[in-house]
Design a binder for this molecule. Structure first.
Ligand code: 5GP
Length: 205
């Protein structure tokens, strides 16, 4: 029987305010073979965010129960809230053949890299610190305290870029989206992703 091809995993991390969420939403909007994994979080929803679409919003008790059930591929505490990627959610998408984007922080990226070494990791950089500060303020979603917390964390986060497979500078969103797509396309052609195709081809020969 022919094996079917499982989708690839792409980890996308960035310092906050780098435009990662916008970039990823554009990418999935334009490419229906790519999906974003919907994470669980204990942070309260922001205005316009929907349960099951942007996140699964759960309380601490539920999140900790899920940790106890080993339901997460990775999980981390970010700005005092839990965030985690459901193993089941990711597997369902991969089994359906979708490439799956994990839009997660660097702690989560490290955990996924350890358990899934074939995952492709991409770090998004801002063009400059000045630009990053302006974007964080302009977003209007966070208090000044959170913004200064995010900025002081940004430098440390950016130092982690050295651990990723690819680095994309988000200077303009159209170019950065195209860069992401080049990476995704080239990763799809790497041997581990093509293994099933080769095996099926040989089986039919
Ligand atoms: P926000 O609260 O702004 O949506 O996300 C805060 C940070 O948590 C971002 O860096 C985001 O990428 C990260 N994040 C979102 N979901 C997950 C997840 O499932 N796991 C981990 N480790 N980080 C996540």
């Amino acid at each position: 029987m022919q094996a079917s091809k499982k989708g690839n995993i792409f980890i996308i991390s960035a310092a906050s305010g780098t435009g990662k969420t916008t970039l990823v939403s554009r990418l999935v909007k334009h490419h229906d073979d790519i999906r974003v994994s919907v994470s669980h979080t204990t942070r309260p929803p922001r205005s316009g965010e929907e349960h099951g679409k942007h996140y699964y919003f759960v309380d601490n008790e539920k999140f900790e129960a899920l940790i106890g059930e080993s339901a997460f591929l990775e999980h981390a505490k970010v700005f005092d809230n839990y965030y985690g990627t459901s193993i089941e959610g990711v597997n369902i998408l991969r089994e359906q053949g979708y490439d799956v984007i994990l839009e997660i922080d660097i702690q989560g990226a490290e955990q996924v890299r350890r358990v899934l070494p074939d995952a492709c990791s991409i770090f998004i950089l801002p063009p400059s610190f000045q630009e990053l500060a302006e974007r964080l303020k302009g977003r209007g979603t966070d208090t000044p305290e959170i913004i200064s917390k995010r900025l002081s964390k940004a430098r440390n986060e950016i130092e982690q870029a050295f651990l990723f497979d690819y680095v994309v500078v988000n200077n303009d969103v159209v170019t950065a989206e195209a860069d992401l797509l080049y990476i995704i396309k080239s990763h799809r052609l790497k041997l581990p992703s093509q293994q099933v195709f080769i095996e099926n081809l040989l089986e039919k020969s």
